[in-house]
Design a protein around this ligand. Structure first.
Ligand SMILES: [Zn+2]
Length: 563
C-alpha cells in the first residue's frame, strides 16, 4: 500500500513538473531569427554547468535582442570576462531573464549605463536600477547581440532564473529548437567501487567498447564482474541545423529492469555548479579530454540534478553466475533517445590487476584543513578543498613547486606562499607566482606580498614557479599617430599587451577628463567612442595609462585634432 501511494505520487509530481509548473506562453524568444542552439542548459563546461541557452546569431553581432517578457531592468553588469555586457529583466511572475555577451544595450539602457560608467570612471560596473527606472514591455528592443566577455563566438546567452536566482532550463518554458537527432554516445567507462570488487579480473577503471545494433540501440562488450561497480558515460547532443556539441537533457540507468539513477537538467543553483568536477571523471577529462559523467553518486557530491537514486546508482553484484543487464537511456529535450545495454556476467574471480595506491608524506583528507611546508614554499589547504582523500605528490626546488598534477579536482582555493626574505625589499614588488602551462610558459596566478611571503590563491593543482616582471605593458595606437586630424573617425582603438603578468588596469583621459575605454581582452584592445562627447573641436590631448599585475605601467600621450 505504502509503495503504490508513493508510486502514484511520483507520477503525479512528474506530470505537474513537466507540464503545469512552467508557463508556456509567458516568454518569447529574445532573437527574431530561427532558434539554433550553440549550447544548451546544463551542458558540461569547464568547472561549471552551462546555466542558460546559447542562441546562435548567424555568426554576426548587432542583432536586435528583445525583452522576452514585460518587466523592469533589475540588474546590469558590465565586465571584461564572464557574461561581458549583461542585462537582467525581472518579470511580475517572479522569474528573471538574463541576456549575456551583448555588444551594446538598447538606447535608453545604453544611456543609463554610460552615465553610470562615467560617474564611476570605470568600464566595469554592476548596477541595480529601481523598478520604476527602466520599465520594458515584451518585445521591446533592449540590447544588441555580441561577443563580449568569455564568449568564443557571436551568440546570445539567454537564461531564465527563478525567484531564488536559480537558473532554469528555458526549454521548459517553450524556448526550444527543432531536434530530430538522437544523443550521441561517446565513451563508456566502468569503475570498481569497493576493495573486493573487480571487473574482468581487474580493479582498474576500464573503457568499454560498444556497437550499434540493427534496432538502433547500442550494445557494450560483455563484462565479467563482482562486487560494487559503477559506470560513467560521455554523451553529447546535437540539434537540427548545427553541429555544435551540446548537452543532453536526461540520463536514466537501470539494472535488470529496476531504475537506479536519474539525472535531469531542469535547474540547479550557482552554489553547486563547481561540483561538476565531482560528477565528471576529472582525471580522464584533464588527461585524455574525454568528458564522461559518473552515473553513481560519490561522497561530497550534493548536486541537485540527481532526481532519483537507488543505492546511489551503485550496482552490487553478489549472486555468482547470474547474467544481468545494465541499461543507460539518454534523452535530449525533444525526447530523442539513445539506449546503451551492458551485459554483465556476475563472477567472483581472482584479481590479476589490483588497485594501486601510491603513498606520499602529503596525505589530504577531504574534510580536514592541512598545511604543508616544502622547501621555501607553504601550501594551505582549507577543509573541503578536495572531494576525496589523496596522497599528493609535492616537491619543491628553490623557486619551483610541483603540486601534483591537474588530474585531481580542487573545489576551494588553496593558498601558496613562497618565502621571499632572501630578496631585497624593492625587488619583491616585481615578483609573482605563475603556473607553468602545458607549453612551459608561466601564467600569472598572484603577487600578494604578506610580510616575507609572496602568495597566490589557486584552484587547480600543477607546477608553479616564481617569476619576475619588470617589463611594462605595450600600447599601440591603431587608428592615428600623434598630431593627426581624425574628424572622420567614430572611434579610436589601442592594442594593449603585457607579456608576463597581464593587464590589471587602464585609464584614459582626453583633455584631463575621464574617457571611457571598452576593453576587449580577446583582442587585447581598448576602444573609445567619440559619441561619448569628451573631445572638443580643435586640439585634444589624449593620455592613456596601462598597468600590469605587479604595477609596471606605460603611458601613451598623443594629440589629435577634430572639427
Ligand atoms: Zn552561454
Amino acid at each position: 500500500m505504502k509503495k503504490s501511494l508513493l508510486f502514484l505520487f511520483g507520477i503525479a509530481a512528474n506530470v505537474m513538473f513537466a507540464q503545469n509548473k512552467f508557463p508556456q506562453d509567458a516568454f518569447i524568444k529574445p532573437l527574431k531569427i530561427p532558434t539554433v542552439f550553440a549550447g544548451t542548459f546544463g551542458e558540461l563546461r569547464s568547472n561549471h554547468f552551462h546555466s542558460g541557452l546559447d542562441i546562435k546569431s548567424q555568426h554576426r553581432t548587432g542583432l536586435e535582442v528583445v525583452a522576452s517578457a514585460s518587466g523592469y531592468v533589475s540588474r546590469i553588469k558590465v565586465s571584461h570576462y564572464g557574461y561581458g555586457k549583461a542585462l537582467y529583466i525581472t518579470h511580475p511572475n517572479g522569474y528573471t531573464t538574463v541576456y549575456g555577451h551583448l555588444s551594446k544595450y538598447g538606447p535608453a539602457i545604453e544611456a543609463y549605463v554610460k552615465q553610470k560608467q562615467y560617474e564611476a570612471e570605470n568600464y566595469e560596473v554592476e548596477l541595480f536600477p529601481n523598478p520604476d527606472e527602466l520599465v520594458v514591455t515584451q518585445g521591446d528592443l533592449v540590447a544588441y547581440s555580441g561577443n563580449t566577455g568569455g564568449s568564443g563566438g557571436p551568440h546570445l546567452h539567454f537564461e531564465i532564473r527563478d525567484k531564488n536566482e536559480r537558473p532554469m532550463n528555458a526549454q521548459l518554458f517553450g524556448i526550444q529548437a527543432p531536434d530530430h537527432k538522437d544523443p550521441i554516445l561517446k565513451d563508456l567507462v566502468v569503475y570498481i567501487l569497493s576493495d573486493s570488487s573487480h571487473v574482468n579480473q581487474s580493479q582498474k577503471r576500464q573503457e568499454l567498447r560498444f556497437t550499434k545494433q540493427p534496432d538502433g540501440t547500442f550494445l557494450a562488450e560483455k563484462i565479467r564482474a563482482y562486487g560494487q561497480i559503477g559506470f560513467a558515460l560521455g554523451t553529447i547532443d546535437q540539434q537540427d541545423g548545427a553541429n555544435n556539441s551540446n548537452g543532453i537533457y536526461s540520463i536514466e540507468t537501470s539494472f535488470n529492469g529496476e531504475k537506479y539513477l536519474e539525472v535531469k537538467m531542469d535547474q540547479f543553483s550557482f552554489a553547486e555548479t563547481r561540483y561538476l568536477n565531482r560528477m565528471i571523471d576529472y582525471e580522464l577529462y584533464e588527461g585524455d579530454r574525454k568528458r564522461v559523467q559518473k552515473l553513481f553518486i560519490e561522497r561530497n557530491n550534493p548536486l541537485s540534478i540527481f532526481t532519483y537514486e537507488k543505492n546511489k546508482g551503485v550496482i552490487d553484484l553478489t549472486q555468482n553466475g547470474n547474467a544481468s543487464v545494465y541499461t543507460i537511456k539518454v534523452k535530449d529535450f525533444q525526447g530523442n533517445t539513445s539506449t546503451l545495454v551492458v551485459p554483465i556476467t556476475i563472477a567472483k574471480e581472482s584479481i590479476l590487476t589490483p588497485k594501486e595506491i601510491k603513498t606520499t608524506p602529503y596525505f589530504v583528507e577531504a574534510e580536514t584543513y592541512k598545511n604543508f611546508e616544502v622547501g621555501d614554499w607553504e601550501v594551505f589547504i582549507p577543509e573541503g578543498a578536495f572531494y576525496d582523500d589523496y596522497y599528493l605528490d609535492i616537491t619543491a626546488n628553490t623557486d619551483a613547486l610541483h603540486l601534483d598534477e591537474d588530474l585531481i579536482p580542487v573545489h576551494k582555493y588553496l593558498r601558496l606562499a613562497y618565502d621571499v626574505s632572501a630578496f631585497a625589499v624593492q625587488d619583491r614588488e616585481k615578483l609573482y607566482i605563475g603556473r607553468v602551462n602545458y607549453r612551459g610558459l608561466l601564467r600569472y596566478e598572484g603577487a600578494r606580498l604578506e610580510d616575507d611571503h609572496l602568495t597566490a590563491s589557486i584552484n587547480a593543482l600543477g607546477d608553479f614557479k616564481v617569476g619576475i616582471d619588470t617589463k611594462p605593458p605595450k600600447i599601440q595606437s591603431l587608428d592615428f599617430s600623434d598630431g593627426k586630424w581624425i574628424s572622420n573617425l567614430n572611434e579610436i582603438n589601442f592594442k594593449i599587451i603585457d607579456e608576463d603578468t597581464g593587464i590589471k588596469s587602464y585609464r584614459a583621459t582626453i583633455n584631463g577628463k575621464f574617457a571611457l575605454m571598452e576593453y576587449e581582452y580577446k583582442k587585447n584592445q581598448l576602444t573609445y567612442s567619440f559619441g561619448d562627447g569628451i573631445s572638443v573641436s580643435g586640439a585634444n590631448e589624449l593620455k592613456l595609462i596601462v598597468t600590469d599585475n605587479v604595477g609596471n605601467s606605460t603611458t601613451l600621450e598623443a594629440t589629435f585634432y577634430r572639427k
